[in-house]
Write a protein that binds this ligand. Sequence first.
Ligand code: C2E
Ligand code: CA
Ligand code: CA
Ligand code: CA
Length: 279
Amino acid sequence: AKEEGKNNAQFYSEELKSGSLERLTLEQSLRRALERKEFLLYYQSKVDMATGRIIGMEALLRWQHPELDLLLPHQFIPLAEENGLIVPIGRWVIYTACQQNVAWQQAGLPALSMAVNVSARQFLDDSLLRDIKGALATTGMSPQLLEVEITEGAMMVDMPRAVSVLQQLRKIGVRIAIDDFGTGFSALSRLQAFPLDTIKIDGSFIHDLPGSSADRSLADAIIDLGRCLGLTVVAEGVESAEQVDYLRRHSCDQVQGYYMHEPQPACDAVHAIQKNLIS
Ligand code: C2E
Ligand code: CA
Ligand code: CA
Ligand code: CA
């Protein structure tokens, strides 16, 4: 038994070592990724229900790791949140998204909104406002076109502070969306405290539409809530014509999802915009 215990301990420490080594290596390459220009943004459309037109884009972060495949946010954002690298990475995201928005407009495309995601640590960091103002000033992007998407959870970490940051963003004209709405279990009464423009219904409530009666009730309730508060309601994760049809009949303002467009690099997104313009 003693021998076995020793082997186990050895086994676990090897496991741990390789685990933390992997983590360490990932962390080291994450630290260099910015200067090595390995990040890129994909863009996913937001489509207006009434007109079928693309009215905005959401920037979604990707990391072209030198040895691995294209990495998705869930593979590195939690680590970047933990070690604070999310702050400089987020600064790059905001700047790049603004720059892209201006470039598209200069190329003659209609004015589209551009949404960026901001996670909890980034939202609570002192530099967020400065970074956003800096990106707007440097690129010349109109603040009214910029939308910041923050999850319900991130807003609740420090509510008074969140309200104050959001008010300051609002003051410069930036719009605010509450992301993954419905997953945060926050009291609805608290929602009114936040200066919001948009509610994004989490994809988990859309997934089983129109079949699931529970999801129908939830989606309807969120759409009504948004309407009552005078907010724009966006459904995310829309994957079928039936879902679009249901959401249209239930007065959802905008849809986003693979059924319309998958997130894609800027050059492909531009084709989607052009095609949508003439369709
Ligand atoms: P999110 O903001 O809720 O973004 C929506 C996610 O759903 C994206 O995953 C998108 O690719 C995916 N998606 C879009 N349409 C569909 C669909 O029809 N069906 C399904 N099943 N999925 C769909 P992605 O790009 O992997 O991003 C995951 C999360 O990572 C985002 O969730 C956001 O919270 C975070 N994230 C992305 N970019 C950034 C960033 O630049 N900064 C920060 N802080 N977080 C980011
Ligand atoms: Ca989002
Ligand atoms: Ca979301
Ligand atoms: Ca569901």
